[in-house]
Design a protein around this ligand. Sequence first.
Ligand SMILES: NC(=O)c1ccc[n+]([C@@H]2O[C@H](COP(=O)([O-])OP(=O)(O)OC[C@H]3O[C@@H](n4cnc5c(N)ncnc54)[C@H](O)[C@@H]3O)[C@@H](O)[C@H]2O)c1
Length: 368
Amino acid sequence: MIMKNDSAPTDVFPHLDYKPKLPQRMDRGIGIVGAGGIVNYAHLPAYKKAGFKVLGITDRNREQADRTAKEHGIAKVCASVDELLRQPEIEIVDIAVYPAEQVHIVEQATAAGKHLLCQKPFADEYSKAVRSVELAERAKVKIAVNQQMRWDAGIRCSRLLIDDGWLGAPTYGAIQVHCKTDWSLWPWIYQGKHLEIMFHSIHYIDSLRYLLGDPDHVFTSGSRAPGETTKAETKTLTTWEYKSGLQVLIDVCHTTWQDDAYAIFRFEGTEGVIKGTIGLMYNYPTGRPDTLEFMSKRNPGYWFSARLDSMWIPDAFVGPMASLMRAIESDSVPETSGRDNLRTLQVMFAEYRSMAEKRAVRPEEITS
Ligand SMILES: NC(=O)c1ccc[n+]([C@@H]2O[C@H](COP(=O)([O-])OP(=O)(O)OC[C@H]3O[C@@H](n4cnc5c(N)ncnc54)[C@H](O)[C@@H]3O)[C@@H](O)[C@H]2O)c1
């Protein structure tokens, strides 16, 4: 809901309906592959709140699958992906394993005719993501990627305001996050050659594309703080350039030791400005609700503020699954479809190429 300053004029009062739109049919069977951290603290709490029907789960670590099933009341633990795919009442496979392995499960699930929600990053190599999209298209099943930040309240409200013309033509966008990230939540991440952008800023890439469209060129500097035990970049500075003159800044540092961590966004346009905070990043994964304010030339000097009562984790996780179910229902394209995500990956790999080659890169340079 949008609140206004007491003294603000009453003629302008936007309505922001930012919660995910649910499908008509809520009883489509979901089967989950991977019973790790994110499934336990985000997917399953979100699906429970929404009323989605999770019928089965599998993990190559059987104990992990058993524990998760018990904790979240899932009736069936399958011994393998094959067994899960043999369950006729499972229509959607929700994958939450590591990016390098996701394509193998996509191969099996598309062969079994199941619809798919893949975790982000969609793949660790662009060609694997292209293959996943092609497999799904050939099998005539829907494939979506869990880029759930698009449903985070601050981002979704910004999009609604932009769609309603409050920003005018966008001229500047920024996401700046300086926090202390505990990588031990993801021990498998330590040895990888990619870190900050592939596993974290990919959310900002996808959300900024969603809000402002695709950039023409990207330039990224990636670095690390002294004494880190991870192998790849943990702080990045990225700029995007658009033909329209719009500029974007993504400024992320995961090694902030100071006690004034911040996670902010700001979008400026010819008609207004939107600014706010990304609540999740103030205390991951507990977080707090986002904040959002905006000022319009229609009411200069008045800052409107939104009262947002949902959280990135778990609430935003309803979004990609609901969108996938609605796409199945109406034979349309999910908001975060696999094909759309190829663009997010092109931007991501363009940023890595830029970092390595110290030059501005066009996303189209990334091909399979
Ligand atoms: N906000 C987000 O969207 C978000 C947040 C955290 C993690 N993630 C993503 O979710 C994925 C999982 O992360 P996590 O933190 O839950 O990791 P995790 O290590 O806690 O869990 C992964 C689980 O998958 C299982 N697994 C791996 N390969 C498998 C296979 N081939 N078949 C069956 N089970 C398999 C593992 O045994 C493990 O239990 C990663 O891709 C990560 O990037 C997304």
